[in-house]
Design a binder for this molecule. Sequence first.
Ligand code: ZN
Ligand code: FE
Ligand code: FE
Ligand code: ZN
Length: 267
Amino acid sequence: MRMPLPADYHMHTPLCRHAKGEPTEYAARAIEVGLPEIGFSDHSPMREDDFDDWRMRARELAEYAAKVERARLDHPTLPIRFGLEVDFLPGQEPWIREMADFHEWDYFIGSVHYVGDWAIDDPATLNQWRNRETMEVWTAYFKNLTDAAATGLFQIIGHADLPKKFGFVPAGDCATLYRNFLTACADTETCIELNTAGLRKDCAEIYPHPDILKLARQLGVQITFGSDAHAPNEVGMDLERAVTLARESGYEECCRFEKREKSVVAI
Ligand code: ZN
Ligand code: FE
Ligand code: FE
Ligand code: ZN
């Protein structure tokens, strides 16, 4: 028997300038693969539109809402949530609060992509990894991630061990980094996501690593699931594997969000 799938809460739109396909096509695909619910979480704008070139502009938030509304009208039987993948950088809290007031969002995924001004997961700056000490980058990354969770501004923290993407994994022990981060999640009741995009990258693993998930379970941190789809064919991809991993780590339920209200469902 096929395993029932959880909601896919991490998908993008062409507004971020590096994804393909309209939200209504993602929704059609979700129905095709049997997802019970989806949520859009495109890359949030920054206050300054020239901050970088892989996210929507602030003035495009209304167009983003319209595209998701179109998907809802075209697919009335599929529950479609509306969120953002919000970049956390130190000092951005006022801007994140402003965005939170812009719309009645279902959830924010807080993600860290930057260490200093370097986007550590950008293939264009992959060479930086060879000039830096891997443990030093991971330490700085998890410091930002811990601070992001501690703000309580996010319902979910995205792809917790993103620094492994290109295969740069420290030889040393990261247990303290993980524990500090997950303690902040537990304190603020922030979920972490199982993100299957890692399976499609050099690391060839779901984010986060089973060590992180097992510790998260012990500390009472709850979970969501996401494909991080940047094209319609990626919707729901490998979610069965993510559910299996969650169960192996001791999880029996995951979270849903509606207008930032959390509820739990069995997996
Ligand atoms: Zn992206
Ligand atoms: Fe991301
Ligand atoms: Fe994403
Ligand atoms: Zn992402």
